[in-house]
Design a protein around this ligand. Sequence first.
Ligand code: BES
Ligand code: MN
Ligand code: ZN
Length: 488
Amino acid sequence: MRISFSSDRASTQAVDVVAVIVPQGKLAAAVADLDGADGFGGALAGAARDDTFEGRSGTTFWTPALGRIAARRVVLVGAGPAGVSDLRAAAGVAGRQARDKGAKSVALYSADTAFAGEGISLAIEAFAEGNYRFDKYKPVAQRKAPADELRFVGVAEDAAAVARAEALAAGQELARNLVNEPAAEVHPDSLAAVAEGLANGDDITVVASWDFDTIRAKGMGGIAAVGQGSDIKPRFVHLRYEPKGGAKAHVALVGKGVTFDSGGLSLKPSDGMMTMRCDMAGSAAVIGVMKALSASRPNVRVDVIFGAVENMPSGNSYKLGDILTMYSGKRVEIHNTDAEGRLVLADCLHYASGLKPDVVVDLATLTGAAVVALGDWYTALYSREDTTANQLLSAAGTCGEAAWRMPLPDLYRDKIKAEWGETKNTGGRAAGSITAALFLSDFVTTPKWAHLDIAGPAFLDTPLLHYVQGGTGIMVRTLCRWIHGLGE
Ligand code: BES
Ligand code: MN
Ligand code: ZN
């Protein structure tokens, strides 16, 4: 998508659609440039009012331009009470509208608040989010290309802001595509291959890419057990970004990479299994972050680690009552083969801790309990340490990815105490997302660690705000912003 800037009036933009951002209650002022005597002559505000459009956030009003202005159509996008985040959200709605109405070129215009710097980046990212489509499996005639031009009207060019946004949007798009692809396409081998494809022989390298035999030989009992039931055996991947000018911080990112979660012998019912190709969204996100960083190059060393596994029932599957010896040496009793993510993550977290980074962050579609608690919009954030938690919450807030901090009470540790081994992989129905996080915490040895349970927002069953259903690439932009902040 081409990003351009124009200092000409909104009414002279020869594009498919002019998207006008309308702060709530400020309709007349917002459309004044289009609604003058040389344009709609007052008819635009009038028609919008007749349609009860008043600029509430997320609402839109479409009209053909009928030759009154240079563009073919106009969409008014409600921004609610004004502010930069509202501009960002409105840009997202504009992107989604362009997608749904097949607009190829879009001019984005706000009479009220100017887009600048970070605001430009956020608007581009949101527009790209809204304009996303995954229709490669549709008949050719039904496939549509996304918009190919976004033009900022009355905004000064900012090449750096555009470059930042493009890097982030590309990383997020990769994550979304990986999540949306069927599990027959994205399986442990192909997921590993995509990650390894990001290596450039320069500042991004493949540090480790282990097959099943190596995983077992290294003692990664969690990854081996979960992956052994599938005909496609597990892979362990470690990529590194090493900044050229020296690093101001060192981060390790760990992603859950269950390319399909059938539940294993604790088989899921079909309803619950239907979307479980999304269970690698954590690793898709960290791969997306790596892709974004390869373009934006922060002064931070970033290690990306994931175990790619398929959780399947078969004659080789791991079983209930098994006692696994994990990479850290801990013995874990298996009470449910569907609580597989924490086993894969545990080995990755122990490995990541061994790299002695300043901080480890893991992302996982870990628990249905997180969805029950927070729904589709919020990532559940766990951390024992306020600095990292607040940094992540702040980065998420900036770019409109919602995160909510959850408690990690030691009081609940009893729930994962085992009878035979040291710990078990389920903690009962109550506080299921918390006990999963507590389980993970036992495999982290760095002082700073955060866990993001993205089971809700990683994959949408129905459209939400400007996101269409399917993968969202959630947390790619939050993590990139956070990492850039550490390098400044
Ligand atoms: N991948 C699922 C969690 C999940 C559920 C992700 C819904 C996205 C949407 C995870 O592996 C799982 O099955 N968790 C179980 C754990 C339980 C058996 C302790 C769950 O949440 O039911
Ligand atoms: Mn599961
Ligand atoms: Zn899972």
